[in-house]
Design a binder for this molecule. Structure first.
Ligand code: GLY
Length: 401
């Protein structure tokens, strides 16, 4: 093992958008922060469509998660303004709203149920007839039977978001280790850093495991700290709307077609993102003919003109899913080790809130109220972990770099 003398207050393991926002917000609070990832800004954000869909992706039994999603959606405009200022880069935030449509009587009944659930949950959405849907979005198929208009569900470009977060981290003084953490270091019953792929040891007062779908695979995490995160594959297509066809769609359009979700997310720059499959196939990221076919077939039923557009990219990514579809945020039963993972379908939406929550618990030891239902100890074999933890004397005071 090579001891490099690297030492920081907080080591973030994983440089996807969740790891990056955690590092950025933590460094802003004055903690010496390092982040380890061979390709910061890569990961699921390179595939995700970037819908901020708290209302349209509401599911039965997920009302607690809804509160977290809404809290993060509310933070988005100010978060974007601050990040764009800090990085000097745009992130493609578009306050365009979303239209969920139904193509047949079954879809319409399901959408009516979703509307009732949204209303019971105090959310704003409006039922539209098929004709009203087509008036809003003239490219919709003539067969659309009705829809739900949710003007509060916006979008951001996750690739630009990731790039801006990398720059913001660099400018805030985050130290990047462009390597995987091979193993968590544990000393005296406490997480004390990580060993990189080349054997370099990075010491840290606190460690945040934010490695997306790989979070459960870090060596050295004791068996008493379950990290129940699994990969859920999503295949996504990117098309380009030629300027002669613009505006092709003015807002995100989505539907459930034969039980599968399909969504079309139009960017201001002419990119049209079509997603997504949902497949439990482990770490497989193969783009399949069947996946592309089904997405195009369903998207074509919604918006027939899509087959005229150039298809510019096909890609698959892995959502980090937890057993209850909600993230794991905050301290674990191993002192010094925190989780920020398991965001499943809501990673982009939950980015602003995750950064704030993690920076607060790392700097004060207090997990904010809004995040307490999402503390990792809900999956512990013997639930005992408190929402308040002792923050170790900052390493910067103990061991100068
Ligand atoms: N939130 C969209 C997806 O996970 O496909």
């Amino acid at each position: 093992m090579r001891i490099s003398g690297n030492h920081c207050d907080v080591l973030v393991v994983g440089g996807g958008i969740i790891g990056l926002v955690t590092a950025w917000r933590t460094a802003q609070r004055g903690l010496r922060t390092a982040l380890a990832d061979p390709d910061p800004g890569g990961g699921a954000a390179q595939v995700a469509a970037g819908m901020l869909a708290a209302v349209t992706e509401l599911h039965y039994g997920e009302q607690t998660l809804l509160g977290l999603n809404l809290a993060s959606a509310k933070r988005y405009p100010a978060f974007v303004a601050e990040l764009e200022e800090a990085s000097g880069q745009g992130v493609g935030f578009r306050a365009c709203g979303t239209l969920s449509v139904a193509l047949d009587a079954d879809d319409r009944a399901q959408l009516r149920e979703l509307h009732a659930l949204q209303q019971r949950s105090g959310l704003e959405s409006e039922w539209l007839s098929g004709r009203e849907c087509r008036r809003l979005e003239p490219m919709l198929a003539p067969g659309v039977r009705g829809g739900l208009r949710a003007d509060g569900d916006h979008q951001v470009d996750p690739r630009r978001l990731a790039s801006a977060l990398v720059t913001a981290c660099e400018r805030a003084g985050v130290v990047f280790h462009r390597a995987w953490v091979r193993r968590l270091s544990v000393t005296g019953g406490r997480a004390t850093g990580g060993v990189l792929a080349d054997g370099t040891e990075v010491g840290a007062g606190q460690v945040v495991l934010a490695a997306g779908s790989l979070s459960g695979r870090l060596e050295g995490v004791p068996g008493t700290v379950p990290v129940p995160v699994r990969p859920v594959k999503g295949q996504v297509l990117r098309l380009t709307v030629p300027s002669a066809y613009a505006p092709f769609l003015s807002r995100t359009v989505r539907a459930v077609v034969r039980g599968s979700h399909v969504y079309l997310v139009p960017r201001a720059d002419g990119e049209l993102v079509v997603g997504a499959t949902s497949e439990e196939l482990g770490w497989d990221t193969t783009v399949t003919a069947g996946g592309v076919y089904e997405l195009l077939r369903d998207a074509h039923e919604l918006v027939p003109g899509i087959t005229e557009l150039p298809l510019t990219e096909t890609r698959a990514g892995l959502r980090p899913a937890s057993p209850d579809n909600a993230p794991l945020l905050g301290p674990t039963a191993l002192p010094g080790l925190h989780l920020a993972t398991g965001h499943h379908r809501n990673g982009v939406l939950l980015t602003p809130l995750t950064g704030d929550v993690m920076a607060q618990v790392l700097s004060t030891g207090e997990l904010p109220e809004v995040a307490r239902p999402f503390a990792p100890h809900r999956f512990d074999r013997s639930p005992a972990a408190p929402s308040r933890v002792d923050v170790r004397t900052p390493a910067s005071q103990e061991q100068p770099a």
